[in-house]
Design a protein around this ligand. Sequence first.
Ligand SMILES: NC(=O)CC[C@H](N)C(=O)O
Length: 224
Amino acid sequence: MTQEQTENKQIRVGVLALQGAFAEHIILLNTLPQVSEAVAVRNAKEIAEVDALVIPGGESTTMALIAERSGFWPALQEFVQTHPTWGTCAGLILLSECITSGGTLTGDQKLLGGLGISIKRNAFGTQKESFEAGLHVEGLDEADRLFPGVFIRAPVIDQILKPEEVQVVAKLERDYGKTPKGTIVAVRQGHLLGSAFHPELTRDNRMHLLFVKMAQEWIAKHKQ
Ligand SMILES: NC(=O)CC[C@H](N)C(=O)O
């Protein structure tokens, strides 16, 4: 196959379905012609059958606990190190290298890692402080049309630990409570994408398209 044919090849996308908003991701991914099928992934056998993975929002500590107790954690970590993966909200937390608490880095939470960033969890407060923010997301189709960023007990990217490798994909366009304009809310590093907000809770599938195209390109380059 030529490079172009491989880049256009449909991919099978898994959505980690241990806990959280996985069903909505599956629905949006299945609207894309680039996706042959989007399926729930709950164990080592199922993850071996997909080309790329989405880790949804939910509760990052609970997801880690379930993956660990069921013996799935090592296969999940191995997949994330070697395949295109997008973490949204709790998923972004799991893909980060460390958590910041009160301004200092902590090693308290079990993480998959891969993104050279530190995360501040629940940066905007409780569920009551959920909101929607219009965002310019780097690389989206119709780039001028703001993307509806849905933030629910959302984290923010507190520090970029590997600036030479991590690319900023979206920032807050204004202050939200105590979180200032310019705070980073989406990043990319190689085969990994992370966003603090929930694109699966909107009708806008452009972020899903961005990830799927990024995954296709990455697979075409690295998996021939
Ligand atoms: N909507 C979400 O995914 C919230 C993330 C959650 N606060 C956590 O720490 O895991």
